[in-house]
Design a protein around this ligand. Sequence first.
Ligand code: ZN
Length: 119
Amino acid sequence: MTKTKVKTEKMEKPTLVETVCQDKDCPVHGNLKTRGRTFEGTVIRKAQKRLTISFERMVYVKKYERYAKSQTKIHARLPLCQEKNVQIGDLIKIQECRPLSKIIHFAFIKKIKSKEDLK
Ligand SMILES: [Zn+2]
């Protein structure tokens, strides 16, 4: 028996080349370390290097002994390499990091679903 070694060429990842960025606050390419809590939510606002996500949570109302829906908004850092990848309406995951500004303590980790997949 002769085993012929067939080297399967790995799938080229063009995104890998594109995603290398000079952003020092990028969790992948920069020095930013993420730790702590993670949240998932939909992107409701997007600007340069930053985005806002919102998600619903249940809050216990003691007076009525029931739960009420409450919406939470969180501002997060959007690395330069992901700027074109994320659109408003996408479901994304963010993780806590050191405070980057007064309101930004989270950084973009990954995209779970795009806007089209959620429909
Ligand atoms: Zn990057």
